[in-house]
Every structure is written in C-alpha cells, then in structure tokens.
Design a protein around this ligand. Structure first.
Ligand code: NOJ
Length: 983
C-alpha cells in the first residue's frame, strides 16, 4: 500500500487538513525506497536461474559448451531471410528441443534475430491449473512497438566463401555488413567492414527455457491406506526448479501455468568500453558493471515498469518505463541492440580487458563490454544496428519504432502543476498571479483531486463547479489545461464508466477470467485493458466534449499510474497471471501495458469532435519502445533534493538517445520542500528539459514561481523567459526528432562521437543542432561550474559573449542569477525576443537570429515553423529555412529547405508579415569596425526595396568578451529567401 494517499479529497479540504499539511511541511520526511517491496535478481526466479547458468558457463569455460546447435540441414535462405532450427540438447539421452530461428536482413542495414519454441508455437503443451492463458510465446510485441523499417533487404546474400560449420550473409546498403552464423554451438558475429562489432552467445549464456510437464511423484499410501496429497518433486536434473511452477513474493503467489519459459542471451561488444541506454533507471548515462566490484552494482539493470515509491539514485532498480535499446560506443563507431520483449527483463553488464586483435586499426578501446539479457517469457527477438554513428542508431531505431510526435507548440513551453490546485477559483487565481508577475506559462494542470471521488471523467461538484469558466479564462491568453485520467476505474455504484467497463467486458481479467479487482487511488478499482481494440473504441467515446463535460479544445490529458500501479498487487503492480485481451498473460505484456493506455488516450484525443483534428498532448509515466509516437514522459516522483536535480540530467539525456526524447523531471522535486535556492536552480535546469513542468506533492508548500519572492522570483522569471525566447530553436529540435529520431537534448558523445574524453560526460547538454551548450548548476552554493569543451571551436557565453576556447574544462561563472549557457561557434540560433504571457501569444512575433561564427568565420543553422497545432504540416504547411553565413562572400543568406505546394504557399502567406527584426553576429569580424550599414535584398521584393540599406552597429571585443555586431531590423520575411551583404 502506498505511503502517500490522496487522503483528503477536495471536499474535505478543511481547516483540519490545512493544519495537518502545514505540520507535515515543517518536517522534511526522511525518504527512502522500500527495497523489500521490489525483487532483487535473486528473488526473481528466472533471473536467479539464468545468472546461475551464466556462472556455470563462466566457471567451466573453456570447457563449457552451449547446448544450442543450429541444424545445418534446416537452413534455408530466401528473400533476405535465413531460417533454420536450433536444436537444444537436453538430458543425456540425446534428446533435443526444436527452436525455430529466423534471421531477417533489413534494407536499413539492421538484422533481426528471432528464436521461438516449436512446441509452444504449435500449442502442443498443457497448461497447469486449467489456465485459459495463451500457449504460445508472446509474439505481438512488434505489433505495439514496430511501425516501420521492416523492409527486407534485396541485396542480402549468402556468402560464397563457405567454411564448414558456419553460414555467412552479406547485407547492408553496399554489403559492408556481415553476419557469421556458427552452427555448433550456435553463435552469431555481426561485422561491419570486416570487423566484429556485436557477438551473440559468445559466452554461451543463451538459454531458452523449453516447455516441460510438471512431474509429480507418485504418492505413497500412509498407514491407513489413504493416499496423501501429491507433493512437488524434482525432475532428474541438477537445475534449480524451486521457482519453475509457482513463485511467491511479498505474500502474492504467481501460479505460472506455463512453467519456466525464460529467454536469455549474452551479447558482447568487443572493443567498446561504453554502453548507454536501457532506460528507465536513476543512474548515470554510461552504464555501470553489475556483477560487483568497486563502484559497480551488484544487481543487473532491471526493466519491469513499476511505481517505485521514493526511488533511490545511482541504482539499477527498475522505474516506471522500459526501453530495451542499448548502444555501445567507441571512437569511430556506435552500434546498438534492441531487445524486443515486453516481459520482466534483467540486464547484466560486465567489462573486461579486450582480447587484443593485432589486425585492429587501433581505434578500439582496450575494453570489451559483455552484456547478458534475461527475460521471463516471450520470444527471443533482437535487432542489431551497426551504426556506425550515434545518429545512425537513433535514426534506424526511430524507423522501427517511430519518431517523436511533433508536439503542439504549447507543449514545449512551461507547464505549471501541483497535486492539487484545489478549486477552479484556485486555478484562476494562479493564472492571474502569473500575469500579475509577468511570468510566462502555457499550461496549468489538475491532479486527481479535481474528480468527484476519483471517478475519472467527472468534476468534484463543490470544488470545480464551473470548469467551463476556468477554461475560458485560460483561453484568453491561449493557455491550456491538462487533467489527469488514470487507468484504474473506481468500483462503485452509479458510475456509468465502471458499469460500461464491466458490461462490455473491457477490464483486465484475473487468472480465472473474471474482472480483476485491485486497489488504487479510488480504493477498489478495475483496470481498462487497452490491448483490446474494443477498449480503445470505448475509451474514445469518454473524451468527447459532450461525454467529458466541462472540457474543451484547450483540455489535454495526463496518464499516470499506468505501469499499472496497483497498491495491493505484487511489487505494486498486477499479478503476472492476470489475463489480457487474447488471453495473453500480464507477465508477457507487462512493459507494454503503459504504452497501450497512453495510445488509447492519444487516439481518443484525436477524435474528441468531428472535424476538429489537432495534435494530441498526453503525458505518460509508464512507457515502452514506441511511446515517443504518443506524447511526453516524465521521470516520476523525484525528491526536492540537490541530488535529484543532478540525476535528472543524465536520465533525460538517456531518454533522448533511447528514442523517447520528449522527457522532463518534476521541477522543484515532487516530495519535500525545496529551498529557494534549489527551486531557482531547478527552474534554470528545467529550462533545458524538453518537457518543462513544475510539480509538487500534495503535502508540500506552494511554490509557484511568484511564491519565493525577491530575488528568486525574478531569477526564475528570467529562466522561463529564456525558454520562451528560445522556443523557435526548441521547436526546430523537436522537428528534427520527428523526422530523424534525433535527441532533443544531446550528450557530448552524440555531438562529438570521436572525443573519447567526453564519452562518460552526462551533466551537460546540447540543445538539438543549435550548438547551445548548457551546464545546469546542480550543487548548493555554487558560483561557478566547470564546462567541458570537446573541440577547439570558440564557445561564447550566451548572455555576454565571453569567449572560451580550447578543448578541455573551463570555469564558467554561475552566481545564482546566471545560467551557464554557451554557444558553439559555427551555428545560427533562431529566437523570439519579445516577452509574452504564453507561447500562443508569440505566434506572429518577429525573429532574432544569433549568428555565432566559428574559427573559420562561418556559421549555419536551421529554423522550422508551422502552425504549432494541427497536422497541416504533414501536407507541407511549414517554413523550413537554412541560414548561412559565409566568410568568403561575407553574406548571410536564408535558403528554403522545405517543400513547395499549395499548403506550403498558404502557410507562407499566413506568415508573410512575420519578419526578422534583428541579426546579432557574435565573433564579428574586425574589418566591420566602423561599418554603419549593410545591404539587404529579399526575393520578390519591389524594385525600390530590392537592395536596401539597413543600420549596422559593431561592438569591439573587450575584457574577454568577443566582438559582436547588430543588423538592425532588416525587415526580411522569415519564410522568404534573402541575403544580408556585409562586404
Ligand atoms: C503519482 C504521480 O507520479 C504524481 O506525479 C501524481 O501527483 C500522483 N500520482 C497523484 O496523482
């Protein structure tokens, strides 16, 4: 049961409660995760078994032989796909288990390896306890996760060089990839340009737990001649069977009707010292070793989506979401593996001295990283991505699982949340106070207390009597409201939603096939099963404006608790033997569950009103590979502590390189009360979160930006304004994510893949391709930070143009009112400088371009602008420009990199009056000293205005600050082609 309950509904928001919460606030509780509520590997039967298996293989090595052999006679190759049967030897009598193998070579250069089990595939097994569960291994993960990129390679071919005992396939766009499949024991080496990058089953840890019947010993009669109850017996094997047939934890027993069925494989990355990814963990970006030793973890990284109360930092413990994508990186190469399995998964990481290869070109690290992947059930289904750059990995992974949905403009501005704004008057009051203090914000959020007794799709009649009025007030400044809707549906009388859920049979079922009942915020509840298409169809009806009364086009949705969180369930979630649509066990689909709910809500928002089609905004807590197509995520219930502020940066960076970059952390920290300094620093850091939202627990003191007072409120306001000023750059970065899967904030290794010193750096970030480099302050009392520069380009302070140059660490001053933010030479950054109350009010504002010259005197950058709301951009209704400053021609030009067509023309017309009002050149050329004019020309301008002169001011370099110059109001259209001539 949760420690934090929503004890007071707003109905009982009484004097007593206020006194109680004030009392709570006086003491910051000592918080710590309850380890006993979550399994360790040792307590998770299949993890323990597979680690033990790996230990045996390692101890016996080199005497150990993996019992998996690919039958050479079974191998066929057709249309880019190799098929065959792996035979697993079991027992001593030469008995084998048949495991169908396919290796599919994709046009993208990615290979996919799938191993199934013939007996289960054919349904030729007997389930225990009269279970209704499906007999097959779960084979629908791809249905949820994969949306493209599966085109099979036409060029893939069996190699002509044959070697006894192995099969080789050449693939990749120019055949530079090769898979070498060894038959006995079965292993695969994936090579790029002749060099091995990824190895499967190299250490012999592959293990597919095959189906077997449970054998009960015949029971001897007792003295009275009565038969005794059957007892469990061990099979004639030395394997640990104690958790094969059932397993208990924390008072819950999992009935495991299909017995042991784990899949496991070792995947090695020779010559790679760093591996990243597999979120979500509160851990650094470069993954640690997990089998003990100094500074290492003792536990594998775990992926089993869970509501971990007061999670701890620097830990491989599971959190709310799971993306089983890992990338290995070294100088000159990045490769990745995507383990498509939705069951509970553990991943061990170890690093060892590389076996030196005299033929290696010297770029490999002296370290090999070896990983061991263990999932409880399902198929073994792994994609191998051979890079060679980090960009290739995010792009190819995005082609498979989808790119980030292009968000509405408001969604990337600032969001104000707390648990809870207690009345509609309260919401309107907060809204007015933001205006009074001239603080920009776009969205205010309602947590669970707005509902009538936790019945979603209803409003508490006493505290939210007039939601329409509230929406209308927000709409005046083009602001939005986000309301929470969770997947648990209150089990109560006279609640049409639960009545329909039951009568239509759309709830998740227990192992007997009856509606599963558990506890969450409303008390007794049922859970909608969004694996069921009928559930999605029904869910859509609930969001129609006339069904969810009081909502309107400016209402959007927050999906929480969708791991799912079940207060009285094992590990705060559902029993694994629960049944979903199609009779798949919860065990098989657990990590996808949250995404299916998020998906249903996304779909519902698309259809709220006929003809009104706008981009949905749905925040989710739980996620899986593919969730990036549906909205944003946040890192859940963090603490108002400096350490949690620091942890947010690597966590969000890790989301970015793992394909789900629209990510943020609760600004200010969820539990506890931040000091004013911490709150201020958190806002300064939050301005660099792709998803930027302040949020707080119900027991905390109010902390909206206007609350802390001078000087904090002003400093926070500056941070928020910085976010709004840079919205054009952020939006352009989102656009890149939406077409290429690139992270929105990027770690050093991604931007500088050959800079070995920066591979483990995860406390500073680049915004998209803008060259903006931020190093948020995450320590108390700091007045400077050390920023790492990876190259010899000039870097300039964003605010005063102080120059930093030379690869290595630089001290950047950072008193409380200063955000450490640098601009790397070579970029052009688009901004909008007029402070407004919301992003919607900036729609027609002019742009400023910051041209930051590199050491050769050149710069370039891009800008993407669309209506920030509809899907018209998909038909070309957008502006996409490349700005270029070329030292040779001394000209700044704007070039179209978008498309043309009717929708494009119409959008350009709408934007015709939106101009560039200022160009600032940082690192301005000495020769411009004394210059007072530049010549501007614009395509399509009238003859008289074709070459017009505009004002120019030059500011020489002084006391460490670079020279800079300003072109005053060139009045060129943001969507037009134009040139500013500085010669
Ligand atoms: C848990 C969420 O993580 C938190 O953000 C929210 O405030 C509470 N649930 C209440 O809905």
């Amino acid at each position: 049961m949760k420690m934090y309950s929503s004890s007071a509904s707003s109905l009982r928001w009484t004097g007593f409660f206020l006194i109680f919460t004030t009392f709570c606030c006086l003491f910051t509780p000592v918080v710590m995760v309850k380890h006993e509520n979550f399994k360790t590997c040792d307590q998770s039967g299949f993890c323990k078994r597979n680690r033990a298996y790996a230990d045996t293989a390692t101890q016996l090595s080199p005497g150990w032989t993996s019992p998996y052999n690919l039958d050479p006679n079974s191998i066929t190759f057709k249309d880019g796909q190799l098929s065959g049967t792996i035979l697993k030897s079991v027992g001593t009598a030469g008995e084998t288990v048949r495991l169908p193998l396919t290796v599919t070579f994709l046009e993208s250069g990615t290979a996919r390896v799938t191993v199934d089990e013939e007996k289960r595939q054919k349904g030729d097994i007997v389930l225990r306890h009269d279970s209704k569960a499906k007999k097959e291994r779960y084979n629908e993960a791809s249905k949820w996760a994969i949306v493209g990129g599966l085109k099979v390679s036409t060029g893939a071919a069996l190699s002509r060089e044959t070697e006894a005992g192995s099969t080789r396939v050449h693939y990749g766009s120019s055949g530079q990839h090769e898979a070498v499949i060894q038959h006995s024991p079965f292993t695969i080496e994936f090579k790029r340009d002749g060099e091995t990058q990824v190895k499967f089953n190299d250490r012999g840890f592959m293990n597919i737990e095959h189906w077997r019947p449970k054998i009960d010993k015949p029971v001897p009669e007792n003295n009275e001649g009565e038969e005794r109850a059957p007892e469990k017996v061990k099979e004639e094997t030395d394997e640990d069977e104690s958790t094969w047939w059932d397993e208990s934890f924390g008072g819950n027993t999992d009935s495991k009707p299909r017995g042991p069925e784990a899949v496991a494989l070792d995947i090695s990355f020779p010559g790679y010292e760093h591996v990243y990814g597999i979120p979500e963990h509160a851990s650094g970006m470069s993954l640690k070793e997990t089998r003990g030793g100094d500074g290492n973890y003792n536990e594998p990284y775990r992926l089993y989506n869970a509501d971990v109360f007061e999670y701890e930092l620097d830990s491989p413990m599971t959190l709310y979401g799971a993306i089983p994508l890992m990338q290995a990186h070294r100088k000159g190469s990045t490769v990745g593996v995507f383990w498509l399995n939705a069951a509970e998964t553990w991943i061990d990481v170890i690093k060892s001295k590389a076996s030196t290869n005299p033929l290696s070109l010297g770029v490999k690290s002296a370290v090999d990283t070896q990983t061991h992947w263990i999932s409880e059930s399902g198929l073994l289904d792994v994609f191998v991505l051979l890079g060679p750059t980090p960009k290739d990995i995010t792009q190819k992974y995005g082609e498979l699982t989808g790119f980030t949905a292009m968000p509405q403009q408001f969604a990337i501005a600032y969001h104000q949340c707390r648990w809870n704004y207690v009345t509609d008057e309260d919401v309107m009051d907060v809204d007015r106070k933001f205006d009074k203090h001239k603080i920009p914000y776009d969205v205010i959020w309602l947590d669970i207390e707005y509902t009538d007794g936790k019945k979603y799709f209803s409003w508490d009649p006493l505290s939210f009597p007039n939601p329409k009025k509230m929406h209308n007030q927000l709409d005046k400044r083009d602001r939005k409201l986000v309301a929470i809707i969770d997947p648990h549906i209150k089990n109560t009388d006279k609640y049409p939603v639960v009545e329909e859920l039951k009568s239509k049979s759309l709830a998740v079922k227990n192992k007997e096939g009856n509606d599963y009942e558990g506890w969450c915020w409303p008390g007794s509840s049922y859970w909608i099963d969004c694996f069921n298409p009928a559930s999605i169809a029904w869910w859509k009806t609930l969001f129609k404006y006339d069904a969810f009364k009081g909502t309107g086009p400016n209402t959007f949705i927050w999906n929480d608790m969708n791991e799912p969180s079940v207060f009285n369930g094992p590990e705060t979630t559902m029993p694994k033997d629960n049944l979903h649509y199609g009779n798949w066990e919860h065990r098989d689909v657990h990590n996808i569950n949250g995404m299916t709910f998020h998906n249903a809500t996304y779909e519902a928002l698309l259809e709220r009103k006929k003809g009104e089609i706008r981009r949905p905004f749905v925040l989710t807590r739980s996620f899986y590979a593919g969730s990036q197509r549906l909205g944003a995520m946040w890192t859940g219930d963090n603490l108002a502590e400096w350490s949690h502020l620091a942890a947010s940066i690597p966590m969000i960076l890790n989301q970015g390189i793992s394909g789900f970059p629209f990510a943020g952390a609760d600004v200010g920290g969820f539990f506890g009360n931040p000091s004013k300094e911490l709150l201020t620093r958190w806002y300064q850091a939050g301005t660099f979160y792709p998803f930027f939202r302040g949020h707080a627990h119900i027991d905390t003191r109010r902390r909206e930006p206007y609350v802390p007072g001078a000087p904090y409120t002003d400093i926070i306001t500056q941070a928020l304004r910085l976010r709004y000023q840079l919205l054009p750059a952020w939006y352009t970065a989102f656009h890149e994510a939406s077409i290429a899967g690139s992270p929105i904030i990027r770690p050093n290794f991604y931007v500088h893949p050959d800079d070995e010193k920066g591979f483990a750096i995860d406390d500073q970030l680049y915004i998209g391709s803008t060259g903006l480099l931020a190093k948020p302050v995450v320590t108390e009392g700091a007045d400077s930070v050390s920023v790492y520069l990876a190259d010899d380009q000039p870097y300039y302070d964003y605010f005063d143009y102080t120059l930093y140059s030379g690869a290595g660490h630089h001290t950047v001053k950072a008193p409380l009112d200063k955000i450490p933010l640098l601009m790397q030479g070579g970029h052009i950054i688009p901004r909008r400088d007029r402070p407004r109350r919301s992003s919607g009010l900036m729609k027609w504002d002019p742009f400023t371009l910051i041209v930051v010259l590199d050491s050769a005197g050149n710069a370039e950058g891009t800008l993407y602008v669309d209506d920030g709301e509809t899907f018209e951009y998909q038909q070309g209704a957008y502006i996409h420009r490349r700005f270029q400053f070329d030292k040779a021609t001394k000209a700044l030009t704007s070039i179209n990199i978008g498309e043309s067509g009717a929708k494009t023309a119409a959008w350009h017309k709408t934007m015709a009056k939106v101009r560039v009002e200022k160009v600032i050149i940082v690192g301005a050329l000495d020769e411009w000293s004394g210059k007072t004019e530049v010549v501007v020309s614009e395509e399509g301008a009238k003859e008289s205005a074709r070459r017009k002169k505009v004002g120019f001011t030059y500011h020489p370099a002084q006391s460490g600050r670079a020279a800079w110059a300003v072109v005053r109001d060139p009045k060129v259209g943001i969507g037009k082609g134009w040139k500013v001539d500085f010669s």
